[in-house]
Design a protein around this ligand. Structure first.
Ligand code: CAA
Length: 705
């Protein structure tokens, strides 16, 4: 008998229950167990109907994604189990709770009827893994829920709630009381009726659900927003097949296209990303029984863009926030911006006006540090300046209650120095939110030299609770993301001085799939902000002894070209559209002259990509060798969630493996020779050299076991 699937007889109904923590994924053991259990349902004359349910917090969350990596993976194994269940003449009722996703929903669709508890969500999110549903989901969902809704659900991957699923006929009933009892009642009722069971595979797609231009519009929308994800175009083909062909043929189309997706490099990258993100939340070496601190109230110092956005994260999940400013005027302005943000979200229909008021009532402004005394966590988000931050943290060290956690939202400064300023460094860490802080999912959690393990673990858990993707970084200039950004921006500026235009640099980088090239990115973030970061770095003695280093951003700032907000930066802006500006070309030519840099007209897109991104990867290797980051996947998680690196390339370190580390090393050496290496810009990380010598890939991490 299976250890993960049980069968219990409740009168004439067999209750088949999957119990495979954490999410009842449909791996081999579960499939085998289901096969056995439903063979018993088929063969036992005393059994008249069956209920399929799951133990734990959720229904089946999908196929076991880890199995897709096996070279001999065979999707037809799913079909065998699902077809066997659907083929039974005895009614089978799926009882859904939590989430029924991917292979989980496909399993439910192979059952004859579906009931769900309120709050259940169902969906086919395979597209987020570069896949399409491979167990006939593309064929059954349009038949039961209509082509239009099915296409939308499969192509966006977004789940729908039980209410919507009921409306669409995808589930038959919402059970508000005991789910299992409700499901058993439905099973008994169906068995008593003695009518033929309903098999979705025998249904036709309702033509009323297929608007004439459905597929054409879907393709057009893909053309407008191209992506490297191989699945969306193929998903359209599958749903088209569901509409136009008999079920068995549609299943064959799906099987072929699923296999193409699974074997693609892009899907491999997206699957890697799925696990990397979850792995990043794990901190090696922490005791398992560590008890965490409780966070019931939060304080935020600074009601600027960053502080306001940070406060919203907590209010959104019902945690009260005290928001501190020095002056009433600044506080009023900060609160007004928060209200406007919420109201805009309400206008888009994502929250109700009631929610706006509820959330606003959770954010209380204050001008007094004493009001922070009761908070369990206080995050400072004041101006990025060491002296100011030290003062604020010193004050927090005095007013915060014993055991409260104190965090700094610095993006570059030394967290250990800030921690010392509080006089209680074990309570301190960095929480580096990305702007806009209420939207961006990445959170770099900076572990100081003395940060207590329970402080770190508490903040990692809290980060997940507020919907962030947390990644731990050690203390260094810029942590993981901004540190790697530095060589990327350095080369961007050298390329501009050598004669490339901002549009050319951005185009090359964007052609790879990055959301935004470096010049547009700085124009958006603020040239003044970027230039001040360089100045602070210089004050801390961190810059190379090279007057040409980041000279462009300094010059643009001096000329008052602060980016999009002043309608001029790396570009000139016409109706918010960036256009190349001859003035910038002139500034860059002058700087080239001043610093003895030769201008040339033969800069290719490939050179731009290599010069900007290979040093970034090299810096990533240093971050690993210094122990700033635990794993390559953490670095990739930072770049995908914080810097718009395409997820279907897997992040810079995964991408490096696809190019080949030896090739990257060879090109770094080439540029060192071609450009000169007086300032060590092209020095290679010792780790990279070792990888080349030993034939290692980042995927082989950790190298020493
Ligand atoms: N396969 C393998 N492992 C899975 C998994 C899956 N389908 N879904 C979740 N897990 C694992 C996670 O890796 C994690 O493991 P660790 O604890 O070891 O890190 C654990 O389950 C818990 O997951 P989360 O941390 O994500 O927990 P959550 O409560 O935040 O979210 C969830 C739960 C909504 C189910 C989320 O895990 C999720 O979205 N899972 C993926 C769903 C999905 O994409 N399904 C489609 C799979 S592909 C498919 O089914 C193809 C097909 O058609 C045949």
């Amino acid at each position: 008998m299976s250890t993960v699937v049980s069968l219990e007889k409740r009168g004439s109904v067999a209750v088949v229950c999957i119990d495979k923590p954490p999410v009842n994924a449909l791996g081999r053991a579960v499939r085998d167990g289901l096969q056995q259990a439903f063979e018993q349902v088929r063969d036992d004359d005393a059994i008249k109907a069956a209920v399929l349910c799951t133990a734990g917090r959720t229904f089946v969350a999908g196929a076991d994604i880890a199995e897709f990596e096996a070279p001999d993976f065979d999707a037809s194994l799913f079909h065998q189990t699902l077809d066997m269940i659907e083929g039974l003449d005895k009614p089978v009722v799926a009882a859904l709770h939590g989430t029924a996703l991917g292979g989980g929903l496909e399993l439910a669709l192979a059952c004859h009827y579906r009931v769900a508890s309120p709050g259940t969500r169902v969906g086919l999110p395979e597209v987020t893994l570069g896949l399409l549903p491979g167990a006939a989901g593309t064929q059954r969902l349009p038949r039961i829920a209509g082509a239009s809704l099915a296409l939308d659900m499969i192509i966006t991957g977004k789940p729908i709630d039980a209410g919507r699923a009921l409306e669409a006929g995808l589930i038959d009933q919402i059970v508000k009381t005991d789910l299992l009892e409700g499901a058993i009642a439905v099973a008994e009722e169906r068995a008593e009726q003695d009518a033929p069971v309903r098999r979705i595979s025998e249904m036709q797609v309702d033509p009323a659900t297929v608007p004439e231009s459905l597929f054409q519009d879907a393709r057009e929308s893909l053309r407008r927003r191209p992506t490297g994800n191989p699945a969306p175009e193929r998903i359209i083909q599958c749903v088209e097949a569901a509409v136009n062909r008999p079920f068995p043929e549609g299943v064959q189309v799906e099987a072929r296209l699923f296999q193409e997706c699974r074997e693609s490099r892009e899907s491999a990258a997206l699957r890697y990303r799925f696990f990397a993100e979850r792995e990043a939340a794990k901190i090696p070496g922490l005791p398992k029984d560590l008890s965490l601190r409780e966070i019931r109230t939060v304080g935020v110092v600074g009601a600027g863009t960053m502080g306001g956005g940070i406060a919203m994260n907590f209010a959104n999940v019902g945690i009260p926030v005290k928001l501190l400013e020095v002056k009433q005027e600044a506080l009023d302005k900060g609160l007004a911006v928060i209200r406007r943000n919420y109201e805009n979200t309400a206008k888009k229909g994502r929250i109700s006006m009631d929610d706006v008021e509820k959330r606003m009532s959770l954010i209380q402004g204050t001008l007094s540090y004493d009001d922070l005394a009761g908070a369990d966590l206080v995050i400072e988000a004041v101006f990025e300046n060491m002296d100011i931050k030290r003062q604020v943290l010193g004050r927090l060290g005095q007013v915060c209650r014993e055991g409260a956690i104190i965090a700094s939202n610095t993006s570059t400064l030394d967290v250990d120095e800030l921690a010392r300023a509080t006089g209680r460094p074990t309570d301190v860490l960095g929480m580096h939110f990305f702007s806009p802080a209420n939207v961006m999912r990445l959170l770099e959690v900076v572990r100081g030299e003395q940060t207590a393990p329970d402080v770190l673990a508490t903040v990692m858990k809290l980060a997940k609770a507020i919907g962030k993707v947390p990644v731990v970084s050690g203390v260094c200039y810029g942590f993981i993301g901004n540190r790697m950004l530095e060589p990327y921006l350095r080369e961007t500026e050298f390329l501009l001085m050598e004669g490339a235009s901002p549009a050319q640099v951005d185009r090359a980088i964007q052609s790879l799939g990055l959301a935004m090239g470096p010049c547009r990115m700085i124009d958006l973030a603020g040239v003044d902000v970027a230039a001040k970061v360089v100045q602070e770095h210089a004050k801390a003695g961190g810059l190379p002894d090279d007057p040409a280093y980041r000279a462009v951003v300094q010059k643009l700032m001096a000329e008052g070209r602060h980016g999009q907000k002043t309608e001029a930066g790396y570009y000139r802006y016409e109706d918010r559209k960036p256009v190349d500006d001859p003035e910038v070309a002139r500034i860059c030519a002058e700087l080239a002259e001043e610093h003895g840099i030769q201008q040339r007209s033969d800069i290719t897109d490939q050179e731009i990509i290599e010069r900007c991104l290979y040093p970034l990867i090299n810096e990533g290797a240093r971050i690993l060798e210094e122990g700033i980051s635990y794993r390559p996947g953490d670095i990739d998680t930072v770049w995908i969630n914080g810097y718009g690196f395409p997820d279907w390339l897997g992040g810079p370190m995964f991408w490096a493996d696809t190019i080949g580390v030896p090739e990257i090393a060879r090109r770094l050496a080439h540029y060192g020779e071609a450009r000169g290496n007086a300032h060590g810009y092209w020095d290679q990380a010792a780790l990279l050299e070792r990888m080349v010598a030993d034939g290692l890939r980042f995927a082989d991490w950790p190298f020493d076991g």
